[in-house]
Design a protein around this ligand. Structure first.
Ligand SMILES: [Zn+2]
Length: 214
């Protein structure tokens, strides 16, 4: 059994969007999940304090509150940006859907793509990539069943799922994505894109009702 991962939430911006710094202490390496507004200085300081190398930034999806500090963090960390290929068009012309932003969002060109079934390794740990559209067509999550960790972005929150009333979102597709998470062990911790962590077990009742066709 590998040593446990350190998973540090770093929230930022008006929607309190969570970045997650995921560190494997033995290998002194880490990955960053998402790059919310006004988080880059805090993230760089945490990386420096931890004495680790963060060589990849995984973007769960293309909404502005998850990506605004991507360019600054790529530069500061020397990290590669990874996203689903369906994210490319929106990342090239990022902006808000129906909302004036207090930020300018620089175009982002990913350095590599992640598809459903791909593996993101970190030391002795391995995350599988799940493509979970419904909130955003390009949405991905990172799952390690061995570690009982799901870095779920805006798919699953305590008591509910990500919004499906946005352009590109779709409720039926969201239900299919939630159904893929139901078989996970109850003690899988879910680290969401906003708010506090939860577990699959804590959310299982409503997820089961929503995904049950009967
Ligand atoms: Zn979102």
């Amino acid at each position: 059994m590998s040593a446990p991962l350190d998973i540090l939430p770093i929230p930022g911006g008006p929607l309190e969007t969570n970045a997650y710094l995921v560190i494997d202490p033995p290998s002194r390496s880490g990955i960053l999940v998402d790059a919310p507004p006004e988080t880059s200085d805090a993230i760089v300081a945490r990386v420096r304090d931890a004495g680790v190398t963060v060589d990849r930034i995984v973007l769960t999806h293309t909404h502005w509150d998850h990506i605004i500090d991507t360019a600054a963090l790529r530069e500061a960390l020397g990290a590669r940006i990874l996203a689903h290929s369906d994210a490319d068009a929106h990342l090239a012309t990022p902006g808000s859907v129906g909302m004036a932003l207090p930020y300018s969002v620089a175009p982002i060109v990913p350095d590599g793509h992640l598809a459903d079934g791909d593996t993101v390794s970190l030391g002795d740990h391995a995350f599988s990539v799940l493509h979970l559209p419904g909130h955003d067509p390009s949405h991905i999550a990172l799952l390690s069943v061995d570690d009982r960790v799901l870095l779920g972005g805006d798919v699953l929150f305590p008591g509910g799922h990500g919004r499906t009333d946005l352009p590109g979102a779709d409720q039926a597709t969201m239900v299919q994505s939630l159904a893929r998470l139901l078989p996970l062990p109850d003690d899988t911790t879910v680290y969401p894109g906003h708010g506090q962590a939860t577990t699959i077990g804590a959310e299982r009742d409503w997820m089961t009702r929503m995904t049950d066709p009967a």
